[in-house]
Design a protein around this ligand. Structure first.
Ligand code: 1HN
Length: 347
């Protein structure tokens, strides 16, 4: 064929919105994942003053429902994602304030950072919030927050908004009153499902509310970490526990999972990489997260993102104190799709 004929074929095909597979560059079916965003770190010293200053700009329920700063990755501006699948956000509520009830299809997990006396109600089930607690808001669950204590209350939210939007399934609905009424006794989910291995034999619907454990208090997470620290340390993560659904043993929610890990003083882990993306929140201590060739030093309150298929390792920089990292990842979603892969560094 003469070159002109060649050229006109390609032009004609593309004019009809068709792309010859043999002419598509390698990124279309790459040998390995090519994540379209880089590792990133948000420093608490930058976030905290701006979260506090937000009190001057909005009150929950007036011109917005939540006083929240979304961690928007500079490489993901079109979705405002923190990773390509999930959002990390920081929320602050002041005494006497009420964040009104609504529900949305993106699900949420919450990790409580500081303050005392705030409550969240999910589907009529009121739960306490204390530092280190881990709470769930499943898809399409009514939820509101109120603060009856003193001083600012701060927590971290993790939501699968970018994923839900990608699927084309974002829905939001306001509740028919500002706040929900409590329909089950306080702390019921913890009483019914919070003792590992012992669950109610029969469960009247009326009392089941959300039907599974919705809040994981810090003292139990602490206990679980202590128990495994000397027994089954993970060479890539230190001592790590995963929040799970006590009734199924599976992930707490279908798309997002969470872990808490402890690194001993000066502990340094080996490297691994996996196809899930992770947002780490530095809960206690000071450490360093190696992503690729770069070490990212972190202090309490920092958030760091590891994109899929990036080698990473942890180091505790303290000679005397343990370091604690809370992490949110999309591993349950990736695994459910049959796409979870991990590679470890044997050196
Ligand atoms: C949301 O509804 C909450 O209900 C928190 O507390 C953070 C971030 C983006 C979109 C919705 C909440 C959020 C959010």
């Amino acid at each position: 064929m003469i070159p002109d004929e060649q050229q006109s074929y390609y032009t004609d095909v593309r004019q009809h919105h068709l792309e010859p597979l043999w002419a598509i560059p390698d990124w279309f079916l790459s040998v390995e994942p090519l994540p379209p965003y880089r590792p990133f770190q948000w420093h608490w010293r930058d976030v905290y003053p701006r979260l506090m200053a937000a009190a001057k700009h909005m009150v929950p329920g007036q011109g917005g429902s939540r006083r929240v700063l979304v961690y928007a990755h500079p490489d993901l501006k079109s979705t405002l994602g923190t990773t390509h699948t999930l959002n990390v956000a920081m929320q602050m509520i002041l005494p006497g304030e009420e964040a009104p009830a609504y529900r949305h299809t993106p699900l949420a997990i919450r990790f409580i950072i500081s303050g005392q006396g705030a409550m969240t109600t999910v589907n009529g089930e009121r739960m306490a919030m204390e530092s280190g607690d881990f709470l769930l808001t499943p898809r399409w669950a009514w939820h509101d927050h109120r603060h009856e204590g003193e001083g600012p209350m701060i927590w971290m939210d993790g939501l699968d908004i970018p994923l839900t939007r990608y699927v084309g399934a974002i829905f939001v609905e306001p509740y028919n009153q500002p706040m929900q009424t409590e329909t089950v006794p306080f702390l019921q989910s913890e009483k019914l499902f919070g003792v590992a291995g012992l669950y109610p034999k029969a469960l009247p619907d009326l009392h089941a509310a959300n039907g599974t454990l919705m809040s994981y208090p810090w003292h139990q997470t602490r206990q679980a970490l202590n128990a495994i620290r000397d027994t089954v340390p993970n060479p890539y993560e230190g001592a790590i526990v995963e929040y799970r659904n006590p009734l199924t043993g599976g992930p707490v929610l279908p798309t997002l999972g969470a872990t808490m890990q402890a690194l001993l003083p000066l502990e340094q882990t080996r490297r691994h990489r996996h196809t899930s993306s992770v947002a780490y929140y530095a809960y206690r201590g000071e450490g360093s997260l190696q992503i690729g060739q770069t070490w990212h030093d972190w202090v309490e309150g920092d958030v760091l993102v590891v994109p899929p298929w990036h080698w990473h390792a942890h180091r505790n920089r303290s000679h005397s104190d343990e370091a604690l990292l809370f992490a949110i990842s999309d591993e349950p979603m990736v695994a459910a799709l049959g796409l979870y892969r991990e590679e470890v560094d044997h050196d």
